[in-house]
Design a protein around this ligand. Structure first.
Ligand code: NAD
Length: 489
C-alpha cells in the first residue's frame, strides 16, 4: 500500500505515536497484506487512560468558543482529506468507494453539528419551587472509552467522538482490529487541527484483551460501544466492578413491512438499497422484508430482478455496488446461512449474476430468499451480509406480530399510503427508530438507538449529552424558609 504509505498503524497516546507488538491487517478484496497494527497491552491502555485523565483537567474548561472553532477545524480537515479517507476505508473494510465518499463527508457533518452544540452543552433547566430556585447544569463525566466495530469505522468513530469532545470529555478509542486504519488518520487530523495532546488517544488491539482492559480501567468513566449484542453483555460484565456507565448500539434484524397499498416501485428501491448497500454489513439494514400476500409474488419478482443485477466487484471501482465481506471468517458465517435457509425449506429466489471475473477475496454473491417463515434461523439471526429474507403476511395484526417476533429492536420501515395504519403500526412496532415510506435518512438532532437486544441509550442531538455528561441540580433558597430546629431546647 505504498500509495498511502501505511506500513504500520500505531497507537496515539498523549499525542505521540507508539508501537510495540504488532499483528497483520489484510485487504478483504484480494487478501493481500495491508499493514501491521500495534497490539495494545494493558499498560498501553493505562498510559492512554492517564493521558486522557490529565488532559481532562484542561479540556473540560477549554473556552467554549475555542472548543467550537476547533471542532469546526476538524470538520474542515476531514473534508479536505475526504477522498483519501474514503480510499483507505474502502481498502480496509471492502466497502464500495461510492458509499465511503459520503461516509467521510458524514464524519465532517458530525463534527460540525456538535461544534454548533458546544455553546449550549452545559445548559440545563430552571425548575423554580415555592422557596427555592432549582436549576440544573450539565458537566462532562470525565475520560470515556469509545469502542467501535469494523463495518463503517470512520463515520461511527466521528459519531461517538464529536459529541464526547463537545461535552468536554476526553477519549480513549479502541478501534476494531479488522479495520483500524482510518481511526489513526482521524486522530492525526484532529491533532493537525490543533487538538491538545491527550484529549483523544487511540489504542489498537483485540477486544478480549485491549478492549477488556479499557472497560475495566478505573479512570475511564463510561464506555460508548458499537458492535454485537453479545459483546455488549461482555462489556457490561467487565465494567461492573468500576460501575461504568454504558451506551450500547448493538445488532439488528430490521423489518420492512410493505402493504399492498404502497408505492411499490419506491418500496423496491428502498428495500434493495437498505439491504445491499454497505455490503449488507449495516446495523439499520432492512434484513426482513414482510410483504402483504396479495402482492407477495409480484414484489419478490421485482426484488429478484434487481438482486440479479447487483454489481459485485472491487470496492475501489466506482461502479461497484457490493464489495467483499470484511474477513474470511465472516464470509464463512454469511455463506453458511445459504445452506441453513435451504435446509429450513426457504427458496433461494435470486442471486446476483453480475459478479466481476477472477475475484479472490472474501466475496459473497448477494442473495434473496423467499417463502421464509418467521421462526426460521435465517429470519431470526443477524447475518450481517447481502442476504435478504422475504416473508408473507395477510393482516395488519400478522404484519405487526412478525415485525416484533425477534430479539432485536433497532429500526423498522413501513410502506403504506394509509395514514391511520402508518401511525398505529409505528406506535406499536418495537423499534427505536421507524421510517414510514422512506429508507434510513438520518437527521442529526433526532435520537438514534435501539430497543430490546439492539441497545441501551440514544445518540444524536442533546441525547448524546445525556450520556457524556452528568446533570447536577443546584437549589438556592430565595428567602428565609423554615428550617426545623433540632437540639435547640
Ligand atoms: P464486535 O462486537 O465483534 O466488535 C466491536 C468492537 O468491540 C471491536 O472493536 C472489538 O475489538 C471490541 N470487542 C470485542 N470483544 C470485546 C470485549 N470483550 N471487551 C471490549 N471490547 C470488545 O462487532 P463487529 O463484528 O466489529 O461489528 C458488527 C456488529 O456491530 C453487528 O452486530 C452490527 O449490528 C453492530 N453494529 C451496530 C450499530 C448500531 O448503531 N446499532 C452500528 C454498526 C454496527
Amino acid at each position: 500500500m505504498t500509495q498511502h504509505n501505511i506500513q504500520q498503524i500505531q497507537h496515539i497516546i498523549g499525542g505521540e505515536r507508539i508501537t510495540g507488538k504488532t499483528f497483520a491487517n489484510y485487504n478483504p478484496h484480494d487478501k493481500s497484506f495491508l499493514c501491521d497494527v500495534a497490539e495494545g497491552s494493558s499498560d498501553d491502555v493505562d498510559r492512554a487512560a492517564q493521558a486522557a485523565k490529565k488532559a481532562f483537567v484542561t479540556w473540560r474548561n477549554f473556552p467554549i468558543k475555542k472548543r467550537r472553532d476547533l471542532l469546526y477545524s476538524i470538520a474542515q480537515k476531514i473534508e479536505e482529506n475526504a477522498a483519501e479517507i474514503a480510499t483507505l476505508e474502502s481498502m480496509d473494510t471492502g466497502q464500495p468507494i461510492r458509499f465511503m465518499k459520503k461516509a467521510a463527508m458524514r464524519g465532517a457533518d458530525n463534527f460540525r453539528f456538535f461544534a454548533d452544540k458546544v455553546v449550549t452543552a452545559r445548559s440545563g433547566l430552571t425548575l423554580p419551587a415555592d422557596e427555592h430556585l432549582n436549576y440544573t447544569l450539565r458537566q462532562p463525566i470525565g475520560p470515556v472509552g469509545v469502542i467501535t466495530p469494523w463495518n463503517t469505522p470512520f463515520m461511527l468513530s466521528t459519531w461517538k467522538i464529536a459529541p464526547a469532545l463537545a461535552a468536554g470529555c476526553t477519549v480513549v478509542h479502541k478501534p476494531a482490529e479488522l479495520s483500524p486504519i482510518t481511526a489513526e488518520r482521524l486522530t492525526l487530523l484532529m491533532h493537525e487541527a490543533g487538538l491538545p495532546p491527550g484529549v483523544v488517544n487511540v489504542v489498537n488491539g483485540f477486544g478480549e484483551t485491549t478492549g477488556k482492559s479499557l472497560c475495566e480501567h478505573p479512570d475511564i468513566k463510561a464506555i460508548a460501544f458499537v458492535g454485537e449484542s453479545r459483546t455488549g453483555s461482555c462489556i457490561m460484565r467487565q465494567g461492573a466492578d468500576t460501575l461504568k456507565r454504558v451506551h450500547f448500539e448493538l445488532g439488528g434484524k430490521n423489518p420492512v413491512v410493505v402493504f399492498a397499498d404502497a408505492d411499490i416501485e419506491r418500496a423496491v428501491d428502498a428495500v434493495i438499497f437498505m439491504k445491499y448497500s454497505l455490503n449488507g454489513e449495516r446495523c439499520t439494514s432492512s434484513s426482513r422484508v414482510i410483504v402483504q400476500r396479495s402482492i407477495y409474488e409480484e414484489f419478490n419478482e421485482r426484488l429478484a430482478k434487481r438482486v440479479a443485477k447487483l454489481k459485485v466487484g472491487n470496492p475501489l471501482h466506482p461502479d461497484t455496488e457490493v464489495g467483499p465481506l470484511i474477513s474470511k471468517e465472516h464470509l464463512q458465517k454469511v455463506s453458511s446461512y445459504v445452506e441453513i435457509g435451504e435446509g429450513e425449506g426457504a427458496i433461494l429466489r435470486a442471486k446476483s449474476t453480475n459478479v466481476a471475473n477472477e475475484l479472490t477475496g472474501n466475496y459473497f454473491t448477494p442473495v434473496l430468499f423467499s417463502n421464509v417463515e418467521s421462526k426460521m434461523r435465517i429470519a431470526q439471526e443477524e447475518i450481517f451480509g447481502p442476504f435478504l429474507v422475504s416473508i408473507a403476511f395477510e393482516s395488519d395484526e400478522e404484519a405487526l406480530h412478525i415485525a416484533n417476533d425477534i430479539r432485536y429492536g433497532l429500526a423498522a420501515y413501513l410502506w403504506t399510503k394509509d395514514i391511520t395504519r402508518a401511525h398505529t403500526f409505528a406506535e406499536n412496532v418495537a423499534a427505536g427508530m421507524v421510517w414510514v415510506n422512506s429508507q434510513n435518512v438520518r437527521h442529526l438532532p433526532t435520537p438514534f438507538g435501539g430497543m430490546k437486544d439492539s441497545g441501551i441509550g440514544r445518540d444524536g442531538g442533546d441525547y448524546s449529552f445525556d450520556f457524556y455528561m452528568e446533570t447536577k441540580n443546584i437549589a438556592i433558597a430565595m428567602g428565609e424558609h423554615r428550617i426545623p430546629k433540632l437540639g435547640a431546647e
